[in-house]
Write a new protein. Sequence first.
Lengths: 324, 274
Amino acid sequence: MLSYLSKKSFELLITFFGITLVSFFLINLTPGKPTDTLSELNPKMTPEARAILEKHWGLDKPVHIRYVIWLKNVSRLDFGASLSSDMRPAWDKIRERFPITILINSIAIFFIFLIAVPIGIHSAVKANSLSDKFTTLAVFIGFAMPTFWLALILQFIFGVWLNILPVSGIKSLNYESLSLVQKILDSARHLCLPIFITVFGSLAGISRYMRSTMQEALSQEYIVTARAKGLSESKVVYKHALRNAILPVITIVGLSIPGLISGSVIFETIFAIPGVGQLLYQAAMSRDYNVIMAEVVMVSVLTLLGNLLADIGYAIADPRIRVK
Amino acid sequence: MFWKRFKKNKLALTGGVLVFGLLAIAVFAPFISPYDPNTINMDDVLQAPGSRHILGTDDLGRDILSRMIYGTRISLSVGFVAIAIATIIGIILGSLAGYYGKLIDSLIMRLVDIMLSVPTFFLLLTIIAIVGPSIWIVMFVIGLTGWMSIARLVRAEFLTLKEREFVLAARSIGATDARIIFRHILPNAMSPVYVSFILGVAGAILMESGLSFLGFGVQPPTPSWGNILTAGREYMEVAWWLIFFPGLAILVTCLSYYILGEGIRQALDPKLKI
């Protein structure tokens, strides 16, 4: 078990270096510099001033040396200063926006599982029935839905037309004067549309995956054995098949983190939520390399931690891995 | 055989008809659009859908139906070109990994793992922001970040196919590695790639519309469904048709590709009884 986990952690560490390497080089080798946006519209920006600025930000060094310096600083959690006008440390900017994005996505993951797993089981058990065909079509609509469009339409229906939900932001103007219960209600009203959109965006994929692992499990020989023993169908499905089928679905959580946070970029822009998604959008707009790289690191660490947790869960649940 | 199985699936057949219909719209855009997509007409600003403009007009008086017909061209070409790039990269890396195995395989598969954990959407936004958005850049970066699943599929096919006797036969008559990979194994490994290509087109169209929505996609005045929708966002409260129809077009198009792809997958799968 221990050797299995240390091997996994080592692999993840290698992957982490790979991610930073790929991202750093892709971003830095793309023609164009962060100083371009500053000098385009600024007549005071002489070539000399530009050179000084580039030297100050370390942009005059070759890219591989910059990567080593960057890596050294990152090991001390120093991601450099934001290249935007406030020049605050990139890490501080991310840290203060982190909780709201994580809150929305964690609640969303909870609901995704709560809804997608039963849908997947149902379609697998009743494969090719009318209700399976109906859910399959619904799942494809979910795949094909441009979620930002759905978000705009819901924002319009509930926020403007029916006027029962706030259109944007995370709290009302009178938030501070509210009682605790009212505060929670107020946050819930602000967050329910963003959470709904996030859940909707991932529902199709996870339920489809659940359906296929469940179908796979149901076609195994131990299911025939269980049925032959005379177990009730619900025991066969929920005790014997489900336990094997749900494991791979749980591992998908780790891999779905980049997708979820990418979704955050879009819905945080639509609903004006001050999270890391909105920050990334602003950073990309102003070519703020340090903030972008800090965000890439943050998302990769989350993804890899998700994978590690899934691996640990796997090892606990599946004796075959523990023994090997 | 394939066709006989495919024909039984009415839903997939509908998807196929819609996919061909959309291709026809894209090809014959100049003949079927009622107006020029870029003619500005200040007398006809923000007209609701009606007899003169079936889907209404935008804030510059341009006919939405015509813009959407031309947008079909742009959105579909972005989808096809981006996925063609991804498929080529995926096939090459997948065959190399599957055929040679050992070190090459572990290096390529590690790269796949890395690319799957990289927040690719972040990199897309950043690269486009640095280079400046254009239709070519959008196609290129979507292709560059979408090849991993195809590489995995091709590799898996190669792992089983390379052990087969016809490969041994080819090798014994002195065929080169390149010839064995491209002439002997690859044609047999293609069927999952076709399905993945069709599904990928829908994914790329969605991706382009998402990028357009953030202002990083195809740039106006060239109409794409994503940027018509985005431009209409400002007028959402007075002109619902500006965001409703482009979004519906994206939804229906991607849905047709998904059900067509699923239908082909089922028809190609000999284990499934239809």
